[in-house]
Design a protein around this ligand. Structure first.
Ligand code: IMP
Ligand code: MG
Length: 178
């Protein structure tokens, strides 16, 4: 399937599932090597990272734990803008080696906020693992320890990523047609 229609938009295939799986295996091997003996706690960020996390974690060959987190936006009473809050962090991360698992890093603002929030809880270390990074879109400097692929600054869907809630279940990654 060369083209994909999601709601009102047309997308063109850009990264086949097999290529993603190959890069995921490479990154999983890096994590397995680096985190051996550290019993890492993986924190996949919902919703987008659920497919990536499922594939990545099955390739990680060391004892580890998983706990899902989500970012919620709400209107603060004294705030003019939107405040984002990390919800669902049920686990105590004190002295733990935390690996944040993200689908994509675009401006980097979400990840910067996530790191800042988690650091307050004194983990032993925080590593960032992202399936995709858009280097040309980055607005803030953040450490990205593990990444499967860099992509151009275009809108994509599939493999967990959505357009207006749809397209997450698509196996390959598709780019918005220009
Ligand atoms: P950031 O805070 O700008 O780095 O945005 C990160 C979040 O925006 C990701 O976790 C995604 O949920 C979403 N996002 C960024 N780029 C895309 C895209 O091309 N397609 C779908 N979602 C995206
Ligand atoms: Mg996301």
């Amino acid at each position: 399937m060369e083209h994909l229609q999601v709601k009102d938009k047309t997308f063109v295939i850009s990264i086949p599932e097999a290529k993603l799986q190959q890069e995921i295996r490479r990154v999983a091997a890096e994590i397995t090597r680096d985190m051996n003996g550290k019993e890492p706690l993986f924190l996949p960020v919902l919703n987008g990272a659920f497919i990536f996390a499922a594939d990545l974690l099955r390739e990680v060959n060391i004892p580890c734990e998983v706990s899902f987190i989500k970012l919620a936006s709400y209107q603060g009473t004294h705030s003019t803008g939107t405040i984002r809050e990390v919800i669902g962090l049920a686990k105590d991360i004190t002295d733990r080696h935390v690996v944040i698992v993200e689908d994509i890093i675009d401006s980097g603002l979400t990840m910067a906020h996530m790191i800042e929030t988690l650091e307050k809880q004194n983990p032993a270390s925080i590593s960032v693992c992202s399936l995709l990074v858009k280097p040309d879109a980055l607005k803030v400097q953040i450490p990205i320890h593990y990444r499967c692929m860099d992509i151009p600054n275009d809108f994509i869907v599939g493999f967990g990523l959505d357009y207006d809630g749809f397209g997450r279940n698509i196996r390959n990654i598709y780019t918005l047609k220009k």
